[in-house]
Design a protein around this ligand. Structure first.
Ligand code: DLL
Length: 440
């Protein structure tokens, strides 16, 4: 088990040690799923595979993948592998289309989950000295309670403010001397802006924030720099990743080196596949992340297609951990916009926008269909509304933004500069894409 001063031995284990543990745990998981979840039994039988066919890690690719649709089709409890009496918690993802995805945990699952999160937050620099404000919505979302128990496990002082109520958030931060914040990157940025706006009454030196544990949505390094500089005072952010189907937060997180997110590989076995063909790709390639949970009792997930695009780096990290690191999520395969045959990820636009003067880091991508062709409009918010009256300056700014984005994406786009604060702010995950194709 991890403490805030000592790593769990598995975090520095050799490849052989780790793979032996993964193999043993995977054997158990395949058997557990096959014997207790009718859907897995049906899928394995249809693919002509049996848990006994698994002898070494490379055999995993013979087994079928699981998708979000499988969870929806078996809503709410059809994929649970234990009787309800053994479950001690249920969470669900919001599910903007169709049924939400429902996930369940046994006591042992919760214990493992807290351990996974504890490792992630310790790698980021949290400790029993930390005063942590959790600004994720408490409730069915896994983010808040996931971080909550992981942070309590290492002895941090947790302040469960939940999301929203910005003034109150800032008041507690000042009055409690909060040094660590848990939030989405977009909400962390929003809070920094609100703190600056209230700066006359409460100067920025009243805040003690030094660490941001940011996750649940993408954040380019450029956006991270902006968030850090808005807070100022040496504020340092790390990225952490996970998904409800695989417990929630705690699958991986950055250490202070910020050279990728260390994966808790004794609990999660990762593969990277080609999203179109489903083929497993060579180590180090970029593609869709597929994850198998190695220790989950309540809801075993086998070869779960995350739809998240990344690559995995197996080289040693300067921090001393030997676990593999996933690159920051580049985008989701279903978030990826295809504009006139070109793949576009919101993160590419984000990195083009950062560091341009006079604009805020809030943006939106609006996609439309004109005839047979798709068009992309990038809406960018001005910091100072009076610029809207200065035509020449506005035009120069628009051209600069246009040229930068075009150079990165390689396609023609339209840029609209909009009034300060006119783009919606989110306290949870930000929605950057407005897809109007087929709706106008
Ligand atoms: O967002 C779990 C979580 C909560 C992770 C808090 C980290 C911190 P879901 O609501 O099921 O679970 O959403 C999972 O969010 O497939 C990614 O597309 C996206 N996502 C999560 N973390 C990151 C991240 C939680 N660090 C989906 N970077 C995932 C980019 C992320 N995308």
């Amino acid at each position: 088990m991890i403490t805030n001063t000592k790593l769990d031995p598995i975090e520095t284990a050799s490849v052989d040690e780790l793979q032996a543990l993964q193999t043993q745990r995977l054997k158990w998981t395949l058997k557990h799923a096959y014997e207790n979840v009718p859907m897995y039994r049906r899928k394995f039988d249809a693919a002509g595979v049996h848990p006994d066919d698994f002898r070494e890690l490379s055999d995993l690719r013979k087994f079928p993948c699981t998708t979000k649709q499988d969870l929806r089709d078996n809503y709410p409890f059809g994929l649970f592998a234990v009787p309800q009496s053994e479950l001690v918690r249920i969470h669900a993802s919001s599910g903007t289309t169709g049924n939400p995805t429902v996930v369940g945990y046994t006591r042992e699952d919760l214990d493992n989950w807290a351990e996974q999160v504890a490792r992630v937050v310790v790698a980021a620099g949290a400790s029993d000295e930390s005063m942590v404000q959790i600004c994720f919505g408490y409730g069915m979302f896994t983010g808040a309670l996931g971080l909550h128990y992981g942070l309590e496990r290492i002895g941090a002082t947790v302040v469960p403010t939940s999301s929203g109520n910005t003034e109150k958030q800032l008041k507690f931060m000042r009055d409690f001397g909060t040094d660590t914040i848990v939030a989405t990157p977009s909400y962390c940025l929003y809070l920094a802006e609100a703190a600056r706006e209230a700066g006359e009454e409460f100067p920025m030196d009243r805040y003690r924030l030094s660490l941001g544990l940011l996750g649940s949505e993408g954040c380019t390094p450029e956006m991270r720099d902006q968030i850090e500089s808005r807070w100022g005072g040496g504020f340092f952010c790390t990225d952490n990743y996970g998904m409800s189907e695989l417990n929630g937060p705690g699958m991986s997180g950055e250490c202070r080196e910020r050279a990728g997110l260390h994966i808790n590989e004794d609990h999660f076995l990762c593969e990277v596949i080609d999203a179109a063909s489903g083929q497993v790709l060579e180590k180090g390639s970029t593609g869709e992340l597929v994850v198998t949970n190695l220790t989950k009792r309540g809801l075993p997930m086998l070869r779960y297609r995350t739809k998240d695009i990344t690559r995995i780096d197996y080289s040693p990290c300067a921090c001393g951990r030997t676990t593999a690191r996933m690159h920051k999520i580049i985008g989701r395969s279903d978030d990826m916009l295809k504009i006139r045959g070109v793949n576009v990820f919101p993160s590419q636009v984000e990195s083009a926008l950062i560091n341009i003067k006079h604009i805020s880091p809030h943006y939106q991508l609006v996609v439309r269909r004109k005839g047979y062709a798709d068009t992309l409009e990038v809406r960018v918010e001005l910091i100072d509304g009076s610029l809207l009256e200065k035509y020449a300056e506005l035009e120069a700014l628009q051209k600069n933004i246009h040229d930068r984005i075009k150079a990165i994406l390689g396609i023609e786009i339209a840029v609209s500069l909009v009034e300060p604060k006119s783009i919606e702010r989110f306290t949870g995950k930000a929605q950057r894409v407005v897809d109007l194709r087929g709706q106008e």
